[in-house]
Design a protein around this ligand. Structure first.
Ligand SMILES: [Zn+2]
Length: 981
């Protein structure tokens, strides 16, 4: 027996509460299937222990239910055994479905995660009602409000917590929601959820580990209840544990230590601490907002930019499910007759739930963070594809159901094809809409018009061709056939639209002919003449056969300027053959740098540097040096950015850029094509970047659309080098150290200065930080602000530029070749196994979307969230037929006032009958009256908790049609409005 060397005093009476558990990273340095083999063995063994060893009191399955699903796929016969132990309280499951990263997924994803966890725990008959969030890399500000929304009033976690002086604390969300918090303290070597792992190896090991953790654990457990976590990553339970626990109790008693050693559960721990009254003590530390400290545990903030394509896909699919598909399905279900006769309503809802579940399977912390081996991330691609496919199908089916009830008849133009454009964002929008159009009449000269006949600018791109037939025509027969076809290029009811000769061979000439159905107004007599002259040339050079492939143009990508699409609604437009009197919108291409503009901004580019300048017409303010790329070395790993000791930063283009300016009625754009010359990789000792360099091409298109208050940027980058970080920087023209960044259900204010730290910190604090769709800065003196919006690029940095002014940088790519390394300048120790991950170098072509928006006032005054969500939800829709219907040609599903109220999601209710519309208040002041006006009057409306199982407030239906609800929405509050139709 090891003698305990600590001195004992009368206040040292403690309860040591041991929680047996395993921490289950479902995929990480092994794949899901490889880990599952271990999981099956673990649960087999666990059930054996629970069945045969009554002294083994409790085991916790890591706060996530997905492990049960994974096990039961292999052992469906053991479901009853699991249920028995869960219902008896010995096996603790839930409350989550998966252990997500906190910052990299949306607020709605967190809610879906808890909803699914709740559905599954209900099926097993019990849930652990503790906010156990063991491993994520920091914690978001609104988690207390989210947990409270599910009836969870406690939170237990490890990383991100600063020195609070004790384990027990009160955690407050920005709206004032609070939970009782317990920190799992640790050191570099031991801590968090493995402080009693050694107890699995017998009494000697248990006492040794207790000696190591006792000083910091007991010192911090001010309540006297010390939480000891008996488990670790992928660790199996030990039959001998109860005996070890008894032996440790005896040994401590023999040493005169007044410790009570208990095998317990997290609910027992919370209960025991609550009984001490410490969470009601006014001296107990209170922490409001997020946790991102790195003094006592690795925060691993470099995961915000590891494997960027994963982040882009996740964000795109979250948006698809939260607003597009959820809104479409919710609306379709709430119409008279619902989704019938097209679809069983429960089937569409089931598909929608399956899309969410598949996406959630990509959101565990090791998956979405991009800190696993390459194979894991390759497998995520399939899940992303499945979630997106299901989501798009649910959206499109729902749109077709809605479209089938809209009055699209155009009595004076029966040939016009109606197109319904949907807007998932609660602001009216004039933007470029894109949709795939199939036209049996071909895509000859068409016009796009609204229901009143106003012609709108449009463009047809990416035509889709269907092969009709292939004919070998001998040269001798060509003249006869040409005569039949005639000058107009007609074959029966088909008209030639295009012809291309592909002379791969002198004797046999391949010819591609594109035809359209009917006498297209675009047929061109000079085309036949030109084709016949070319054919004669080939014959003159000895061609004897023409192998002609006939293609019919059946579909195309159509883009047009959709004007005034109502908020969270739709508008009907028409595609029809062009009439002579229709305005023909043209665009001009200019190869010299020229100004482009819309109502709000003027944009120019510097022909030498490729940097943009933007003038805000409203304020007169000019923003120069925009879209500067900045590339530095990265000697870090998947978890942490770490610049090499002798870093070299490149922020100038390698070549003078090629600039193409296009000015048109639909949009105007400036395209800058150039390259960066970047070092191949780090040098051998990783102290700097290699001398050998490679060229990485880089193209940015900046676009202004009439009526749209932002400049949209699309940048494609060919990554041909390793070990680096690429950012894009937007100078804002004034100095500031404050930035407002969107987070889940919050807009968080952060400062750019780092806290004071030294090398005893487990990790150096970083100036990069997480965001959702936008970050914004504001100058109170000038009353001017600037917002940088993004699509799925979660890492920003507020930088100080050479002139002393601030710039907003977003990370486009961070490229490293290692899962973890132990030689980082910015982090002490490993964060995982030191495995190579060549895939994390992200070689190849990447496309990034972001938008810049200078404005008067701050982000709230400028409605930055509205613009950010609009940028993240392109206008699109469905093509339908003309019919009479009960719904008007354009309408809003829900109009929200005031505009500060953010729409988070529309989705089918958990009860299978209702419809949920979730909104939140991003401001730190109350909104006395939030008003929601629905397309159709519900029969009942109320506000429920997030779990949708408790009505918080009945809402009265007001307005002329009983279709309006109004309620007060406190600062930073989330409101879940439940409607029954
Ligand atoms: Zn983990």
């Amino acid at each position: 027996v090891i003698a305990m060397s600590m001195t004992i005093d009368a206040t040292d009476r403690k309860t040591l509460m041991l929680i047996s558990h395993t921490h289950w990273d479902r995929e990480w340095y092994l794949t899901f299937q490889q880990y599952r083999v271990k999981l099956v063995r673990l649960i087999d063994r666990l059930l054996d222990i629970l069945d045969n060893n009554p002294a083994y009191a409790y085991f916790m399955l890591d706060g996530q239910t997905i492990v049960l699903e994974d096990y039961l796929e292999i052992r469906p016969d053991r479901r009853k055994d699991l249920e028995r132990h869960i219902q008896s309280g010995r096996l603790l499951i839930g409350p989550w479905y998966i252990l997500a990263d906190m910052f990299l997924v949306s607020g709605e994803s967190h809610i879906q995660n808890l909803l699914l966890g709740r559905r599954q725990t209900a099926e097993f008959g019990a849930s652990m009602n503790v906010g156990y969030i063991p491993d994520p890399f920091g914690h978001i500000s609104q988690m207390p409000q989210i947990l409270r929304g599910f009836g969870l009033d406690s939170a237990i976690f490890w990383r991100g917590v600063p020195n609070l002086g004790q384990s027990e604390f009160i955690w407050l969300a920005p709206d004032g929601s609070q939970v009782d918090g317990a920190h799992l303290p640790g050191t570099l070597d031991i801590g968090g959820y493995c402080t009693a792992l050694g107890w699995n190896k017998g009494v000697q090991a248990a006492l040794e580990q207790l000696k190591a953790v006792r000083p910091f654990l007991t010192a911090k457990a001010k309540s006297g209840v010390v939480l000891l976590m008996n488990g670790n990553d992928h660790v199996e339970p030990e039959n001998s544990f109860p005996a070890t626990l008894q032996a440790v109790q005896t040994a401590l008693t023999e040493q005169g230590l007044d410790y009570k050693v208990v095998h317990g559960t997290l609910p027992m721990y919370i209960q025991a601490v609550r009984e001490t009254g410490i969470w009601n003590n006014p001296e107990t530390p209170r922490h409001k907002g997020e946790f991102r400290d790195s003094q006592f545990a690795h925060l691993l903030p470099g995961v915000l930019s590891s494997r960027m394509p994963i982040k882009q896909k996740n964000s795109r699919i979250e948006r698809l499910l939260e607003r597009d598909a959820g809104l479409a399905l919710g609306w379709a279900s709430s119409l008279p007759g619902g989704t019938r006769p097209h679809f069983e309503p429960e089937s569409l809802r089931g598909l929608y739930r399956q899309a969410w579940k598949t996406l959630l399977q990509n959101q565990p912390h090791d998956s979405i963070c991009g800190c696993s081996v390459d194979q894991v991330h390759a497998e995520m691609d399939t899940r992303f594809a499945w979630a997106e496919q299901i989501g798009q199908e649910v959206r499109d089916e729902s749109w077709r159901i809605i479209a089938s009830k809209i009055n699209t008849a155009l009595p004076n133009d029966a040939k016009a094809t109606p197109m319904i454009i949907f807007n998932a964002v609660p602001i009216a929008r004039t933007e470029v809409a894109t949709l795939s159009v199939t036209s049996p009449n071909g895509m000859g000269e068409m016009s796009v018009a609204d229901a009143e006949g106003n012609v709108l600018p449009h463009r047809v791109s990416q035509p889709e061709l269907e092969l009709l037939s292939v004919m070998d025509i001998p040269a001798a027969m060509l003249a006869g056939m040409a005569a039949q076809v005639g000058d107009e290029g007609r074959f029966g009811d088909l008209t030639m639209a295009d012809i291309e000769f592909l002379p791969y061979d002198d004797k046999e000439i391949e010819v591609k002919v594109v035809v359209v159905q009917g006498a297209a107004s675009g047929s061109d007599p000079s085309l036949m003449k030109w084709a016949s002259d070319r054919a004669q040339e080939f014959i003159g050079r000895g061609a004897h056969t023409f192998k002609v492939s006939f293609y019919k143009q059946t579909a195309a990508r159509l883009e047009f300027l959709a004007k005034d699409v109502p908020p969270t609604g739709y508008k009907t437009f028409y595609l029809r053959p062009r009439r002579p009197e229709d305005i023909k919108y043209t665009s001009e291409t200019l190869e010299t740098p020229e100004l482009i503009e819309n109502e709000f901004y003027e944009l120019t580019v510097d022909a030498n540097t490729g940097l943009f300048s933007l003038r805000d017409k409203e304020t007169g303010e000019v923003f120069a040096g925009l879209n500067r790329f900045r590339d530095g070395g990265d000697a870090g790993d998947e978890y942490n950015y770490s610049p090499p000791a002798n870093d070299e930063v490149f922020d100038k283009l390698f070549t003078k850029p090629e600039v193409v300016v296009k000015r048109g009625a639909m949009e105007s754009s400036i395209e800058v094509s150039a390259a960066l010359e970047l070092p191949f990789c780090l040098n051998d000792d990783r102290s700097g970047r290699s001398h050998m360099k490679n060229i990485c091409s880089l193209t940015t298109v900046a676009t202004l659309v009439p009526g749209q208050r932002r400049v949209d940027f699309a940048t494609s980058f060919l990554n041909q080098v390793n070990d680096h970080r690429l950012q894009v920087v937007f100078p804002v023209g004034f100095a500031t150290n404050k930035v407002s960044a969107e987070q889940a259900f919050d807009v968080v204010e952060r400062v750019s200065e780092l806290p004071p730290f030294d090398k005893t910190w487990l990790e150096d604090p970083q100036s990069t930080a997480p965001q959702k769709t936008f970050v914004s800065v504001y100058n109170a003196e000038k009353k001017l602000g600037a917002t940088l919006i993004n699509q799925g690029l979660p890492e920003y940095e507020l930088v100080k530029l050479e002139d002393g002014n601030a710039g907003i940088a977003i990370t486009l790519l961070r490229c490293t070749g290692w899962l973890s390394r132990s030689d980082l300048a910015t982090r002490r120790g490993h964060a995982g196994p030191g495995l190579p991950t060549p895939g994390a170098q992200e070689r190849g072509t990447h496309v990034f979307h972001y938008a810049f928006m200078p404005h008067k006032g701050d982000w709230l005054v400028a409605n930055a969230p509205g613009q950010a969500y609009a940028f993240n939800h392109a206008l699109t829709g469905v093509v339908t037929e003309q019919r009479t219907g009960e719904m008007p040609t354009s309408a809003s599903f829900v109009e929200i006032q005031p505009r500060a109220v953010i729409l988070s999601a529309v989705k089918p209710g958990e009860d299978g009958r209702s419809l949920i519309v979730r909104v939140w208040n991003p401001a730190d002041r109350d909104i006395p009256e939030a008003r929601l006006r629905f397309y159709r009057a519900p029969v009942r409306a109320n506000i429920t908790n997030l779990a949708e199982d408790t009505v918080l407030q009945e809402l009265s239906l007001t307005g002329d049609n009983g279709n309006v609800v109004a309620f007060s929405l406190g600062a930073k509050k989330i409101a879940t409005v439940r409607l029954e139709f």
